[in-house]
Write a protein that binds this ligand. Structure first.
Ligand SMILES: *Cc1c(COP(=O)(O)O)cnc(C)c1O
Length: 476
């Protein structure tokens, strides 16, 4: 068929939209969006056909495509275009990396109770700022704040959007137009866009650095106090550790110094452990302990070791917390009803002593290598029963999980990994296929040239999906 005839054989936008496949797609995207995509697809095909006029290669099939083949090619491209649009959606994935608080995968997964609270209690009208007893306005975040105070021993609490917002709010409320003293060993950067010096500058306080990277003494803080000092800041070095020849005053010593000079101490604790997690090799500050040692105000995240939703939690002395609440910035930084509902439900589990049974991130942290190995063996048995033994190889090997989320960088919980090999697919092809083709996508790691699956971060209910994802490679 000559090229001009080929161009005439190109399906019109209308013809493309009338196909069975396009009508099904339109139900998902709506007709106006699908029409726009159909126009892009047919324009693209027309251009390629024009370019191919002088050559024998034409898009779609080999040689010269027929009218039907061109239509089929256009339909395929339209389906891929719709899939690409959907690729930016927030989608559920199976996290088989073993990184518990995987920042790129949304940090902490929510508990059943938290999911219910979001979907059922807070999604419609709810008592966000309403007191059903009196019929009058209630305190926003009231239940979450009461639980936070109870769980940390603090006088009062306040909830904002995330821990970065909490730091900004505290610094601008307590230290704007004055000086804030901080150790040079604590000028943290978290995840590229939270840098202590930048947040300080943004809040309007002047940073006064004391000590050195590895050693800061109480006397260094003492010498830096001037009439301009408003606050002493202590930052937990969440994602790094300084080891070797180091020194830093204990929090209690720092508080004693500050209080003798009528200054408050603010600790940015970051990861927010409500319990001592030393049994799991974590050395994260326990919030109740910081409060007990005298910190006047403490901030931490809701979606790190607390295991709830993204939120910035402020606890401390009532007068200081209330000053933060009255700051107009609070209106811009406060948490929304869905986050508050998930947070309260999760805090409630902590308060009932159900931390390690109900809160997924903590349950995953507490899982032993034995627990995980048992699940891994059972999974491999099911996989061998279903998948071709010539195509797939499975081996259970010792490995390490990670806490993630910029917490506990030196903690590597021992785990049992499932190493998967495929007769025809390389490790990189298998890893990419699990990510790109599986529904839901499966995110795995490659270790020593093999794809490895860590069931620590895979919910029991997700194991059948993991098996389905592997079986999709059976025909390769
Ligand atoms: C993680 C962290 C932050 C930032 O918390 P987000 O909730 O991610 O905003 C701030 N400070 C410290 C010490 C942290 O560990």
């Amino acid at each position: 068929m000559p090229a001009t005839q080929l161009l005439r054989a190109l399906p019109s936008i209308d013809a493309l939209l009338r196909t069975r496949e396009a009508r099904a797609l339109a139900e998902r995207t709506g007709l106006p969006r699908l029409t726009a995509l159909a126009r892009i697809v047919t324009d693209e095909l027309r251009e390629e056909l024009q370019q191919a006029r002088d050559t024998t290669t034409t898009p779609g099939a080999n040689g010269k495509p027929s009218r039907a083949e061109l239509l089929a090619e256009a339909v395929g491209r339209l389906e891929r275009a719709v899939a690409r649009v959907g690729a930016n959606d927030v989608r559920r994935v199976v996290n088989a990396t073993g990184v518990i608080l995987h920042t790129n995968l949304g940090r902490a997964p929510l508990s059943e109770a938290a999911r219910r609270a979001v979907a059922e209690e807070a999604a419609g009208y709810c008592t966000l700022e309403y007191d059903v007893e009196t019929g009058a306005r209630g305190r926003r975040g009231g239940r979450a704040e009461d639980l936070l105070a109870e769980l940390t021993g603090a006088e009062a609490a306040l909830v904002v959007n995330n821990c970065a917002a909490a730091a900004l709010l505290v610094l601008s409320t307590l230290a704007r137009d004055g000086e804030t003293i901080v150790s040079r060993g604590e000028l943290v950067e978290i995840g590229g866009d939270f840098r202590v010096p930048d947040v300080m500058a943004e809040s309007g306080t002047r940073m006064v650095e004391v000590g050195t990277t590895n050693r800061t003494k109480l006397a260094d803080y003492e010498r830096a106090i001037t009439p301009e000092t408003r606050l002493i800041l202590r930052v937990h070095p969440s994602n790094y550790r300084i080891v070797g020849f180091t020194a830093a005053p204990a929090l209690a010593e720092l508080c004693a110094l500050a209080h003798a000079r009528d200054l408050p101490v603010y600790e940015d604790a970051g990861s927010g452990a409500l319990l001592d997690l030393g049994a799991y090799n974590l050395d994260e500050p326990v919030i109740r302990e910081s409060v007990r040692q005298g910190a006047d105000i403490v901030t931490f995240s809701g979606d790190k070791l607390l295991g709830a939703t993204q939120a910035g939690l402020v606890v401390g002395r009532r007068a200081l917390v209330e000053r933060c609440r009255r700051n107009p910035l609070y209106r811009a930084l406060r948490a929304d009803k869905l986050a508050l509902a998930a947070l309260a439900a999760t805090l409630d589990a902590h308060a009932r002593g159900a931390t390690f049974t109900e809160v997924p991130a903590l349950r995953m942290l507490a899982a032993t290598r034995d627990d995980i190995e048992k699940r891994a063996r059972a999974f491999v048995r099911r996989a061998r029963a279903r998948l071709d033994a010539d195509t797939f190889g499975f081996e259970i090997i010792a490995g390490q999980s990670a806490v993630g989320g910029g917490s506990a960088p030196t903690t590597h919980p021992p785990t049992a990994l499932i190493a998967v090999t495929h007769k025809h697919a390389s490790a990189t092809a298998l890893e990419a296929g699990l990510r790109q083709r599986a529904r839901p996508p499966v995110i795995a790691r490659i270790l020593d040239g093999r794809v490895v699956l860590d069931l620590r971060t895979v919910a029991a209910g997700e194991e059948p999906e993991l098996l389905d994802a592997l079986s999709a490679f059976s025909d390769d």
